[in-house]
Design a protein around this ligand. Structure first.
Ligand code: NI
Length: 452
């Protein structure tokens, strides 16, 4: 009881104190306002008026989009010196909205940071739709001023019914080997894209397409393709602006998670992949190229770094004929036995050298003797490719036996292992090609075989 009374008394004291404090604060505030009024009254009335007329206004509107659960926010201004036009999507889900808004905010700040010079900010977006209910919004932002032009594009994905985002990890079933295959497929589409021919900077291509999850986040998904976006200057000349790379889902099928796979168009094509290991060789490799050319066939050559170093021109000749180049280590050791540092040299050293010799890195990797373990898998950035038909050409060195092995074991989608360092293989190849062609096979690069 006594405690209560004490409390009540102290509360009255508090109220009294607050009254005194706020009364004096109010007096100070009145004084301040008076002095402000004094200052403005010195400025001629007409000038005050003009300043208030010229202050630009910003309009923010929200509109329905054609997509259920998505609204479009539009922000514009009547500022003629520094106009902006901003449009971006919002959903019913906070996390998506915050991410998009943060990106837009980043560009507004960048625009504000250039100190009021004449310029224009534009933010707009385009939408791709996937029948699983996922929408991809590719938001383009640019600032144009007299001095410079900056632009970027960022994709945000959401299922507006569930609020679930979709990322590249989910697209590929969280499998790093599938990501490597995706990377190889994306690179080959980029290299074959005729629109990019004049502007692509090959040296810049490798880092932003390395198989890291972060490199493959900027994509839009439709029912038949994935489109990857690269900002201006990332893989092409800066003047070319941002680059879009559209990859048909059919090409990515084997390494996409099940919900994103598409039914491939029915094909009567019976495919087979010819692979040649351990080269290049100055005699038998060119002889093999001649035979392949005669049959208009593309193959894959798994090269040793040590031999590419000795015969860089042969390596180049193979690549220029349109064949796929693979990394087969530097010296052909059994990789699982190697210490980390040596393993890195065997794989990365060979990749770097091939890049130097032919102007692009290898597309695939095959471990010597097919010897591979988890550590070897992790230390290569390339898809690991084995074989399904072993011709034993290195053992028998007999053109007739080469043909017999091929005849006996080859099926649709076979990956045939041969070696381009043996003259007997070059000698026997013509009969092999004759046989496979007669059987109705078409010859593809190994990375085009669905399961490897
Ligand atoms: Ni080998």
């Amino acid at each position: 009881m006594r405690k209560d009374r004490k409390k009540r008394r102290s509360r009255w004291i508090d109220i009294g104190f607050l009254t005194v404090v706020s009364a004096s604060a109010f007096t100070v505030l009145l004084l301040l306002i008076n002095s402000v009024v004094d200052i403005t009254s010195i400025v001629p009335k007409s000038e005050v008026l003009r300043a208030s007329v010229e202050k630009p206004t910003v309009t923010v509107e929200s509109a329905q989009s054609p997509y259920e659960g998505i609204t479009i926010v539009k922000e514009t201004t009547n500022d003629e010196q520094r106009p902006f036009s901003i449009e971006y999507p919002q959903s019913e889900f906070k996390s998506f909205n915050d991410q998009v808004a943060a990106y837009v905010e980043e560009w507004k700040e960048r625009f504000a940071a250039d100190g009021g010079k004449p310029g224009e900010l534009a933010v707009s977006f385009e939408t791709a739709e996937h029948s699983a209910g996922v929408y991809s919004f590719a938001v383009r932002a640019s600032i144009a001023s007299e001095e410079k032009q900056t632009a970027d594009i960022r994709v945000f994905r959401i299922n507006p019914q569930t609020g679930k985002p979709l990322d590249i990890v989910e697209m590929t079933g969280n499998d790093p080997e599938k990501l490597k295959r995706l990377a190889t497929a994306v690179r080959s589409v980029i290299l074959e894209d005729s629109h990019l021919k004049g502007v692509l900077v090959k040296d810049r291509l490798w880092a932003p397409t390395e198989p890291k999850w972060a490199n493959y986040r900027n994509f839009a998904l439709s029912d038949d393709s994935m489109t990857f976006y690269y900002g201006a200057g990332v893989i092409a000349e800066k003047q070319a602006g941002s680059v879009e790379v559209k990859v048909p889902l059919e090409k990515l099928n084997p390494f996409l998670a099940q919900p994103f796979q598409v039914k491939a168009a029915p094909s009567n094509e019976k495919r087979v992949a010819l692979t040649f290991d351990d080269g290049p060789d100055p005699y038998s490799t060119p002889a093999i190229l001649d035979v392949l050319e005669k049959y208009d066939a593309k193959a894959t050559f798994f090269m040793l770094g040590s031999r590419v170093k000795t015969y860089p021109d042969i390596a180049k000749q193979v690549a220029e004929a349109g064949h796929e180049i693979g990394n087969h280590s530097w010296n052909h050791p059994s990789l699982p036995k190697l210490p980390d540092e040596k393993l890195y040299e065997e794989i990365q050293g060979t990749t770097d050298l091939i890049k130097e010799a032919i102007g692009q890195p290898p597309a695939v990797f095959r471990p010597p003797y097919g010897a591979v373990d988890e550590r070897v898998f992790q230390s290569t950035k390339l898809p690991v490719v084995m074989w399904t038909v072993d011709t034993l050409d290195w053992q028998h060195r007999d053109p007739q036996k080469l043909l017999e092995h091929v005849m006996y074991y080859t099926h649709e989608n076979s990956i045939i292992l041969m070696h381009d360092i043996h003259q007997s293989t070059a000698d026997g190849l013509e009969a092999v090609m004759e046989y496979l062609t007669a059987q109705g096979f078409t010859f593809v690069k190994v990375s085009e075989i669905e399961d490897y």
